[in-house]
Design a protein around this ligand. Structure first.
Ligand code: NAP
Ligand code: ZN
Length: 349
């Protein structure tokens, strides 16, 4: 099927219109018209080739909400007209122990990214959600629960699940003391979800600028990470710290904030950190971990949780032709707190 979208053509050119093919429906495929697509910092990293694995042209977008327009002959989970969602992965081997546990993001044979991946059958490059249509294997297509605002649900598919998964892995609940480094797309979802789970939540930000926002999102306080005295007073005060910073940075100021056996989980930056001493790790029995997105089952759990608790991201709706300006604002951390593209604006663009 011919479709169209917006693609990056190189690491230093603006995104621009792009025509391409979506595959014909396989028996286990769902076709959808995309209604909304969130703008993740990973889209920007990929367009700019910050991680060194981009191929061009590339259509970013992995926070996708759409309406089913067709199903393959063997599809049982979705019907034409259903509201569905797709996140960061569109396939995995479905045979290894991790896939069997519902942790497709950790597939032993490598899961397939919604963009910048390769189709497991044809090896064709996968293209993301800044586009009119998508064809996806039915198991990787999620149900949007009734009552969840379609226009705001998209960011749950990446910013939501990437912060939900560590909250669940480290069993956050009432009484847990959680800190979130960086109040952006991921960070603001981490705050809302941790609050929804009953935790005591602190935002660690670079300045006081976002303090009122942090409190409005439900956080109990904001600490300025450059304020040495405030950081000293917070020592050993957290069970889990979720670090969403997108660029190379130092963990030095944050490790002393972990309590004994507590964990700092990196979900933001990919690549080397600034040099680190093992002293706070050894003497406090503290841990550093990483976490990639989440599995399909856990993503469905998140969507259902958000529908039930009425938790939604704070979205700024944009038109497709505003994407380059949105990327520039994201680079300056000027997003409150997630851009979402109204895909109805794509045909005009
Ligand atoms: P974002 O909306 O741009 O937010 C990032 C936040 O980090 C900013 O709002 C800012 O918060 C802080 N920050 C930005 N630049 C910084 C700097 N130079 N030093 C310290 N803090 C800085 O980005 P996002 O969409 O949340 O994504 C965050 C990162 O997660 C990206 O690198 C993205 O690729 C990655 N990611 C990973 C996964 C995964 O599976 N693990 C999934 C999705 C995204 P303050 O202004 O409050 O300091
Ligand atoms: Zn993302």
């Amino acid at each position: 099927m011919q479709t169209y979208g917006y693609a990056a053509y190189s690491n230093d050119s603006p995104l621009a219109p792009f025509k391409f093919e979506r595959r014909a429906l396989r028996p286990n495929d769902v076709a959808m018209e995309i209604l909304y697509c969130g703008v993740c910092h990973s889209d920007l990293h990929t367009a700019r080739n910050d991680w060194g694995w981009s191929h061009y042209p590339i259509v970013p977008g992995h926070e996708i909400v759409g309406r089913v327009t067709g199903v393959g002959a063997g599809v049982t989970r979705h019907r034409v007209g259903d509201h569905v969602a797709v996140g960061c992965i569109v396939d995995s081997c479905m045979e290894c122990d991790q896939c069997e546990r519902g942790e497709e993001q950790l597939c032993r044979n490598g899961c397939t990214g919604t963009y910048a991946g390769r189709d497991r059958i044809t090896q064709a490059p996968t293209q993301g959600g800044y586009s009119k249509h998508l064809v996806v294997r039915e198991e990787f297509c999620l149900r949007v629960p009734d009552g969840l605002d379609l226009a705001k649900a998209a960011p749950l598919l990446c910013a939501g699940i990437t912060t939900w998964s560590p909250l669940r892995t480290w069993k956050v609940g009432p009484g847990s003391r959680v800190a979130v480094i960086g109040l952006g797309g991921l960070g603001h979802m981490a705050v809302k979800l941790a609050v929804g789970l009953g935790a005591d939540v602190t935002v660690l930000s670079r300045s006081k600028d976002k303090e009122a926002d942090a409190l409005a999102l439900g956080a109990h306080r904001l600490l300025v990470s450059a304020d040495a005295e405030a950081m000293r007073q917070a020592a050993s005060g957290f069970d889990l710290i979720i670090d969403t910073v997108p660029v190379k940075h130092s963990l030095k100021p944050y490790l002393p904030l972990l309590d004994v056996d507590a964990t700092l989980v990196l979900v933001g930056q990919i690549g080397p950190l600034d040099e680190l001493s093992t002293v706070p790790l050894l003497f406090g029995r503290r841990r550093i971990a990483g976490s990639p997105i989440g599995g399909i089952r856990e993503t469905q759990e998140l969507l259902d949780f958000c529908a039930q608790k009425n938790i939604l991201p704070d979205c700024e709706m944009i038109r497709m032709d505003q994407i380059n300006a949105a990327f520039e604002r994201m680079e300056k951390a000027d997003v409150r707190y997630r851009f979402v593209i109204d895909m109805a604006t794509l045909s005009a663009a």
